[in-house]
Each structure stands twice: as C-alpha cells, then as structure tokens.
Design a protein around this ligand. Structure first.
Ligand SMILES: Cc1cc2nc3c(=O)[nH]c(=O)nc-3n(C[C@H](O)[C@H](O)[C@H](O)COP(=O)(O)O)c2cc1C
Length: 415
C-alpha cells in the first residue's frame, strides 16, 4: 500500500476542483443543523460532521455491528440522577486530582485514538498540546499518525503510550522506544484480540491510503476544507512504522486492520510487566474479576472500557461494572466510553472512578477546529463539571460518593 504524495495530489486535487463546483451548486458545506456557536460536545460533533467527508466521520463515529453498545454507552447515563445536598459553602470548588503521584487539573484526560492525522493535520500533536496546556495527560496510540519520539518532543506534560500487541518482538521495540522517550504510563489495550465488525467502514471502503472511487471523490468534493488540508499536508501515515529510511507498509496495514496477537494472555501480561518500568494499566476491562487479576499480575490500575462500542456491538457499558470493581480493588480505576458531558464524568467519579478518558468528545473538537477545538471542548467539560459540583453542593471532586446519586444507582447498574 504505497501512500505517496502523487496519489494525494491526484485524488484530492480533483476533489477540490469539483468541490468548488459543488459549493457553487450548494451541495455539502454548512447545513442548517450546524450550530453557529458550539456550546457543548454534541455541538462540536455537528461541526466535525460538517467538515469531514462522510467516510472519515464514520470512521471516527462508528461502532461495531448494530452499534447497540455505542448507543447504550450514552443511554446508561439517563438511568442515574444526581441528588444534591444543601446549605454547604461551595464558594471554592476543586476538580483537580492526583493520580499515580502526578497532579492533573481535571478528572479526565485524552484517550488513545489511532489515525488522528486523518481528522486534522498533525492531530496527535494538536491533542497533546491542548491537553498539556490545560494540565491534563495525553495518551498516544500505537496506531498514531505522529511517532512516539515526535510526540515526546512536543510534550510539556504527562504523556502516556498505548500498546497494541501485534507481535511480541515489535511490541518490545515499541515499549523500549516509549521508555526511552520518557512516557510515564503504558496502557495495554486488551480488547482488540480480533477486530470489531465495523460495518460503516466496510460499506464506505475506508482504508489507508484512501482508495479513490466515484463516491470517495464526491465525498472529498463536498468537504473542501478537509480536502485542502490533506492536499497541503499529505496523507497521514502510521508514524511509529515510518522512518526516513523505510516505510513499513506491512506493519501499517496490520495496524489499520488491527490484526493483533490473539494469543496474548495473563502470562504475556507478566512478560509486559517485567519489560515496562513505569505505570502499567490494562484497558478494555469489563469484568471486576479480570480487574482483580490485572492488579494481582502487577498492573497499577485498570481502564474499564468497551472501546467506545467499537469492538463488541452488544457490549455492556463499563459504568455498569464500576461499582462492583470499586468494591474489589483499591487501585485506581479509570473509565471511558460514552462521556459527552461534565455531569457524566461526575457520575462516574461518584460511583468510584478516579478519572475518565475521552475518545470522541475531544476528537469532535479536533475534527472541527484542530487544537483550538480540543482546547474548547476541554474548557466546556471543565465548566460543566464545576457547575455540576456547585449544583449538587459537593465542592471537591475527591468527596464525590454514591450519596450524590439516586439511591439505587449502583444496584440498578450492576450486571
Ligand atoms: C477514532 C477512534 C480511534 C480509536 N483508536 C484507538 C486506539 O488506537 N487504541 C485504543 O486503545 N483505543 C482506541 N480507541 C478507543 C478509545 O481509546 C476509547 O476507549 C473510546 O473512544 C472511548 O469511547 P468514547 O469515544 O465514547 O469516549 C479509538 C476510538 C476512536 C473513536
């Protein structure tokens, strides 16, 4: 799969010329559903949808199979209401936390997501800079567009590396590179032993490099802002597998199809624990007993996650196993999948999570406006958390408990 500038210029150049025509014809571009001002994460989703070709938006947005998990991840928050206390001094409020001995300005961070460069040029760096400017950690994916070293060089804060294990020798190299580049935390993603059935991507023929067909060219034509960025900056690559000497297209293809080492088991986790000297987290846990086993094998904590509904189409929401997991381990529990509001984050903290990872929420900001959009999404969520803390009269996130939720939240959410 050769990804070269000529392909990009030919495909995107044609698309742009057509784009001007399409714009004159009034096709594509800003639609009535795009908000004039983005007030919340879903407004940013609308802006992202407007800028991105459908194929790229679907890659970012899509879930596996019938997308029940994708919808359920958000619907589950409807089942929990907040129960305020009254007549407390809430004039000073705190949402900063300390995790693994490091301070962060809010109880959330940016989750590892692959191919960020297709959403915005140098997307990883834009996410990193916005996170660090706000005092939050950023996690880089194995399938990133910028390399481990490029991101470390641009870093002014806490940076984490997420590991997909396709083969052990390659993983060892990646882990050693992350260690040398002083990543504080390694996140082992455990839920991609095989690929989720993401039908949007199959239908759209989504691949890297983009295969030009009538429909992909039309898609580019009707989204000229995105096409222009691609033309100017070139087709993003899998940064960790590209060097000045060689572009390992096989490894890029492996990452693209996310065909992983399906033999990776508890013994392999022990191997990884010996290899990695820093904080080690296992991501993709959906069963409290697996969380117990992770910490018994030496993990410093777990990330409850169903991969944003992108792997198992009918997966349980991680929120549903949070209270049980909290009752079984004392180590930090992080959580993701479906967080779009500050009040969602407050609910997870009240049920026992230490912090939340954001996948699509910050990607919407990135795809709409680059670093500025990510920074704005972060600001919006911090403001929503602060407002929620004031409304429920719990001035410090560290004091959130299930008492602030409807009586039966924990049992209602239990499997
Ligand atoms: C476009 C996209 C790419 C992703 N790529 C990765 C990845 O490379 N590694 C990984 O561990 N998780 C990946 N994820 C999952 C996220 O880390 C996270 O678990 C998920 O997005 C959380 O759900 P949310 O999008 O509803 O916040 C990806 C998610 C999205 C949306």
């Amino acid at each position: 799969m050769g990804i070269n500038r000529r392909d990009v210029v030919m495909g995107v150049g044609g698309a742009l010329v057509g784009g001007l025509v399409a714009n004159r014809l009034g096709v594509g571009g800003t639609s009535a559903s795009v908000p004039a001002e983005a007030l919340n994460v879903m407004d940013y989703r609308a802006l992202a949808r407007d800028r991105l070709p459908k194929m790229v938006f679907d890659f970012m947005e899509g879930g596996a199979s019938n997308e029940r998990a994708l919808a359920h991840n958000m619907a589950v928050f409807d089942r929990i209401n907040l129960r305020p206390r009254r007549l407390k001094d809430i004039s000073k409020r705190n949402q900063s936390i300390e995790l693994f001995g490091r301070k962060q300005a809010a109880p959330f961070m940016i989750a590892p997501t692959g191919m960020n460069g297709i959403l915005w040029p140098e997307g990883d760096i834009a996410l990193l800079k916005a996170a660090h400017a706000a005092g939050l950690p950023f996690a880089l994916s194995t399938a990133s567009s910028s390399s481990i070293e490029e991101v470390a060089q641009a870093s002014t804060g806490d940076h984490w590396f997420q590991l997909y294990v396709s083969d052990r020798a390659l993983s060892q190299t990646l882990v050693e590179r992350a260690q040398a580049a002083q990543y504080s935390t390694l996140v082992l993603t455990s839920d991609v032993a095989i690929n989720g059935l993401r039908e949007r991507d199959v239908r759209n023929g989504f691949s890297l490099p983009v295969k030009y067909s009538a429909s992909t060219i039309w898609d580019g034509m009707t989204h000229p802002r995105w096409s222009m960025d691609l033309l100017t900056h070139g087709m993003p690559q899998m940064g960790n597998f590209v060097s000045k000497q060689a572009t390992d297209t096989n490894k890029q293809a492996t990452m693209m199809s996310r065909s992983m080492d399906a033999t990776f088991d508890w013994a392999a986790l022990q191997w990884l624990r010996k290899l990695w000297k820093g904080t080690l987290l296992v991501k993709g846990i959906l069963n409290a007993d697996d969380a117990v086993r992770c910490v018994a094998e030496g993990a410093d904590g777990v990330i409850l996650s169903n991969h944003g509904g992108r792997q198992l189409g009918d997966a349980i929401s991680p929120l549903q196993v949070l209270a049980e997991t909290r009752s079984k381990i004392t180590q930090p529990i992080l959580i993701d999948s479906g967080y779009r509001r500050g009040s969602d984050i407050v609910k997870a903290l009240a049920l026992g999570a230490n912090s939340v990872l954001l996948g699509r929420a910050t990607l919407y900001g990135l795809a709409a406006k680059g670093q500025e959009g990510v920074a704005d999404v972060i600001k919006i969520l911090m403001n929503e958390i602060d407002n929620t803390l004031a409304q429920i009269e719990c001035p410090d996130v560290r004091d959130l408990t299930p008492d602030y939720l409807t009586d039966d939240s924990a049992s209602m959410l239990k499997v």
